[in-house]
Design a protein around this ligand. Structure first.
Ligand SMILES: Nc1ncnc2c1ncn2[C@@H]1O[C@H](COP(=O)(O)OP(=O)(O)O)[C@@H](O)[C@H]1O
Ligand SMILES: [Mg+2]
Length: 333
């Protein structure tokens, strides 16, 4: 399949002035113009295929927003090449933006003082959207995102969740094939987050929109992303599915068994018995050593089982584990 995004050797370096602290600092800061370089993004290479929904993850300051800004043409890279839908985002920005939608959680693209609906109407002219298509999309998105109650409200008076929904609608009225979302659920309550997730899922599944999203909410990742890219210090550290992430970095899995009768000893060879009371046993096992069905086979060959469940380590714990213990080492350069 022809990829829709192709990134080769992408880098963004910021030059920041050194700032001294302490005694004589004001003097030093006044007389020196020493600069140091922040490698916000450092030699990224990846491809994304049409229809993918990719979670772009990493700790604060990892370079996620900087990457998305380059992919959307808002920032010019220091090095490297980007092709998105055949465009160079920053050189052909004007034509390019008609093909993409972008929402950066921290700021709105809507007109601050206008009622939401007027802001949305203006986009018809900005993007030259045919009238019929515009009406169709608008009414559909008003439904899906439940915008009706605040269509007449000025953008500045919206709650964060309402504003995010309005921004999502604004980013999609021109039928972009690609959607870039930077922290779309940040600061929202559980219900608002869920609504936004459902909407992203709909776009990806029904409209086949390719989506890249950054988030700190791992429920977003669990519910939405087929593919995860993890970056830190501007470098790509992991690229793959949730399952592979769990395989490589996840904790142990658990098998919970309710026995049909009481057995004095329910130990089995390859799994660790963590708990056993009231006929319920919890075994822990490593997926690299044993499959769930092998373990179930072992247990059921010795005991009568009434019920069982396999519990996976959650992705939140897995990723936290990676960030905290720095399991993924940034390659030295
Ligand atoms: N305009 C800028 N000038 C200087 N440094 C910047 C600028 N934008 C981002 N950075 C730095 O680049 C790094 C990556 O930032 P960013 O892409 O915003 O990270 P993330 O979105 O993953 O939290 C950080 O160290 C940040 O301080
Ligand atoms: Mg960011």
């Amino acid at each position: 399949m022809e990829s829709i995004i192709r990134v080769d050797g992408l880098a963004k370096h910021f030059s920041v002035r050194k700032h001294y602290k302490g005694r004589f600092a004001p003097l030093k800061n006044f007389f020196t113009r020493e600069a140091s370089t922040v490698k916000a993004v450092d030699d990224l290479n990846f491809e994304i295929n049409p229809g993918e929904l990719v979670g772009y993850l990493g700790p604060n300051g990892a370079g996620k927003s900087t990457t998305l800004k380059m992919l959307t043409g808002l920032l010019v890279p220091s090095h490297g090449e980007v092709r998105v839908s055949g465009f160079n985002p920053w050189k052909e920005r004007k034509a390019y933006v008609r093909h993409i939608g972008a929402v950066f959680g921290q700021r709105t693209t809507l007109w601050w003082d206008l009622p939401v609906v007027e802001s949305l109407e203006l986009l018809k002219y900005v993007y030259h959207i045919p009238e019929a298509r515009f009406r169709e999309n608008l009414s559909h998105f008003i439904d899906l995102l439940e915008l009706s109650p605040f269509l007449g409200t000025p953008v500045r008076a919206l709650s964060l969740g309402q504003r995010m929904r309005a921004d999502l609608c604004a980013a999609l009225l021109h039928d972009p094939r690609l959607l870039f979302l930077d922290e779309p659920t940040i600061g929202l309550d559980v219900v608002a987050k869920e609504r936004i997730r459902d909407f992203i899922k709909y776009l990806n599944q029904e409209r086949k929109t390719t989506v890249i999203l950054t988030t700190h909410d791992l429920a977003d990742v669990q519910k939405l992303c087929q593919r995860i890219m993890i970056i830190d210090q501007g470098k790509l550290l992991f690229d793959g599915g949730l399952e592979r992430l769990q395989e490589r970095f996840g904790g142990k899995r658990q098998l919970i068994v309710d026995f049909a009768e009481h057995y004095p000893d329910v130990h089995v060879a390859q799994a660790q018995l963590k708990d056993y009371q009231n006929r319920r046993a919890i075994y822990e096992f490593d997926r690299r050593e044993l499959s769930a069905s092998e373990l179930i086979g072992q247990v059921s060959s010795q005991f009568q089982i009434q019920d069982l469940t396999v519990r996976e380590p959650d992705i939140e714990a897995t990723i936290r584990n990676i960030y905290e213990k720095q399991l993924l080492k940034v390659p030295e350069t």
